[in-house]
Design a protein around this ligand. Structure first.
Ligand code: B12
Ligand code: SF4
Length: 521
């Protein structure tokens, strides 16, 4: 049977990275079946397009996975596929919490033939078998013989064949510049960010987060050996295609068990399996100097830190009191000293937020080493403790907000400002953190670093700006390049003449490739 795994886009912004679930389920599919993958972020499709595609390709089963914000599109695509007689199974965090909605048991239309609840590593082969026999059940739940919820152990993790998977749809660099970039350093003709997991689960239970409910508070890890093997395979692929591969460790909290993380990083270094990597780590775990040393030595370049708020009252409200705003600066300095920078994520519209929260946050951000701040709104995702609290308090203004996805729009009333004021705070945050002046400041603050680091922060800022200001067309890019021409000119001039800005310290590395290269690879 031919199976299609499909991940919808949200129609507004594009993800920079493919979704792991597709590659994982592909690897777990019994070998007699052929599995095709389409990520809507890289290959946008509409309802008519996907219906035609499944007919033309003679697809026997479609699997769709989606987060809450893509679910409306996922349902529309599922409806179109089912209308041409092909069964659809849906999985992922949204339908796990809202299975009745997906199956039309809540009075609405039915969108799929089956729902895979929770982690589907062990149920997927059964789903495929049942589809072959035309006997799909409504619900597949990962349970043991006694019917108790069962979380897959990651000890027997499947080998994802990264060396042969077609990743053409996921090159982040425009084809136009390929001939030039092929010649930079060891080659920059392709640049892909690939998701790798080393473990699942987070016990912290922040009020707005789906993770503790979905993956459970039991943390499970792959063996160091299997992670190292995967990295070596990715590294070999990059070398073969004269390109670059960076890894996003998608673990919710990569250092949740510091001892284990250190041992993994040591094994990566020992095996010379370093690639450039990004991971999510909460600020409290980055107090450990040795951990931060190992992060840098193993190729860590960016750490995503869910700071959420600079107000301890807000943090306590959402059960994230373990974040201590007073230590944010020290944590970021500790990373920056090793040339590791942070993606700092903030949530506005929290219960103790008042007008001016964006500026108050930016005042702190401006004192930190340069990074990538991102701003969102407190969002009640289905089945989270936050959703239940706001529902009970009658504060939800759009209880089924996912049925009509609007980016950066609140679905409940904040306590100390209006919804419109909260929206304005987010707008303020993005427009001030990504203004040409702010970008120039971030680049200039690395004047004592090699040019590669400044190019790196500039390009990263350009891409992250697109999260709030969609940059889907060429015109949008031309405009933003025009706005930032001074910063670009300065870097190009330095690249050509080799002359550093006056304040700069002596050169250590020269090129972008040098700056991005892991230390001992
Ligand atoms: C990596 C990641 C991202 C990446 C993008 C996704 C990508 N390309 O991989 C980035 C960093 C860009 C991102 C952004 C966002 N993310 Co995110 N992200 C994750 C993260 C950390 C890992 C996802 C992952 O690969 N997990 C590992 C795989 C194996 O698990 P899985 O995807 O759940 O798949 C398993 C099952 O769900 C199931 N399954 C999944 N799909 C399907 C389909 C079928 C057919 C079947 C049978 C089974 C099945 O089987 C899989 C194997 O067991 C998760 C948290 C988490 N641990 O999952 C959050 C998570 C998915 N993100 C979340 C959110 C909210 C966001 C943002 C909205 C955050 C924000 N405020 O901006 C944005 C939205 C992005 C967008 N494009 O619109 C929420 C989603 C909650 C929800 N109800 O939708 C999560 C769960 C985190 C959380 N804090 O709650 N994210
Ligand atoms: S630390 Fe991160 S992953 Fe863990 S519960 Fe909190 S927000 Fe979710």
């Amino acid at each position: 049977m031919k199976i299609l795994l499909y991940n919808p886009d949200n129609g507004i912004t594009r993800n920079f990275m493919p979704h792991l679930w597709m590659f994982l389920l592909q690897s777990l599919t019994p070998p007699q079946h052929e599995v095709l993958l389409i990520d809507g972020n890289a290959q946008p499709m509409d309802e008519a397009g996907i219906a035609q595609y499944v007919k033309d390709q003679n697809i026997g089963l479609v699997g769709i996975g989606a987060m809450t914000r893509m679910i409306a599109k996922a349902y529309r695509m599922a409806d179109a596929i089912r209308s041409v007689g092909v069964p659809v199974v849906m999985g992922g965090p949204h339908v796990t919490e809202e299975a009745d909605e997906a199956l039309g048991r809540d009075g609405g239309p039915r969108h799929c033939d089956a729902v895979a609840l929770g982690e589907a590593d062990e149920t997927w082969p059964q789903i495929v078998d049942d589809a072959v026999n035309g006997q799909l059940k409504d619900i597949y739940a990962p349970v043991d013989a006694e019917g108790k919820d069962k979380k897959p152990s990651l000890k027997e993790y499947p080998a994802i064949p990264w060396n042969s998977i077609n990743l053409d749809q996921f090159n982040l660099l425009p084809k136009l510049v390929k001939p030039f970039l092929d010649r930079v350093g060891e080659g920059w003709g392709t640049f892909r960010i690939v998701p790798v997991e080393s473990g699942r689960g987070c016990p912290y239970g922040c009020e707005f987060c789906t993770v503790t409910g979905f993956f459970g508070d039991s943390i499970r890890f792959r063996t160091n050996e299997s992670v190292v093997k995967e990295l070596l395979m990715l590294k070999a692929r990059a070398r073969k295609e004269k390109g670059q591969i960076a890894v996003f460790f998608i673990d919710d909290n990569f250092a949740i068990n510091v001892k284990r993380t250190k041992s993994l990083l040591r094994d990566i270094i020992a095996a010379k399996a370093q690639v450039h990597w990004v991971a999510q780590i909460s600020a409290n775990l980055l107090r450990d100097e040795e951990l931060v040393d190992l992060i840098a030595q193993s190729g860590g370049k960016w750490v995503f830190i869910g700071m959420e708020s600079v107000d301890p009252v807000n943090l306590k409200d959402v059960n994230k009191g373990f974040n201590k705003p007073g230590e944010y600066a020290a944590v970021l300095d500790r990373l920056a000293k090793r040339n590791v920078y942070a993606i700092t994520s903030f949530i506005f519209g929290m219960d103790n937020d008042t007008v001016g929260v964006a500026e108050r946050t930016l005042q702190q951000v401006r004192t930190w080493p340069p990074g990538l701040p991102i701003f969102g709104l407190l969002t009640p995702l289905p089945a989270t403790p936050l959703y239940k609290r706001l529902e009970a308090a009658g504060r939800l203004t759009r209880p089924k907000h996912w049925k009509e996805f609007i980016p950066f729009a609140m679905a409940h009333t904040p306590l100390k400002m209006t919804i419109e004021e909260a929206h304005a705070e987010v707008r303020y945050g993005w427009s001030h953190a990504y203004s040409p002046e702010a970008i120039a400041h971030a680049v200039d603050s690395l004047d004592d670093q090699p040019l590669g680091y400044r190019i790196n922060i500039f390009l990263a800022r350009m891409c992250f700006r697109g999260i709030y200001f969609p940059m889907m067309g060429k015109l949008a890019w031309v405009k933003v390049i025009g706005q930032n021409w001074r910063t670009i000119y300065k870097m190009v001039k330095e690249g050509i003449t080799g002359r550093r800005p006056l304040s700069a310290k002596p050169e250590k590395l020269n090129t972008l490739a040098d700056a991005m290269s892991p230390p001992s690879s």
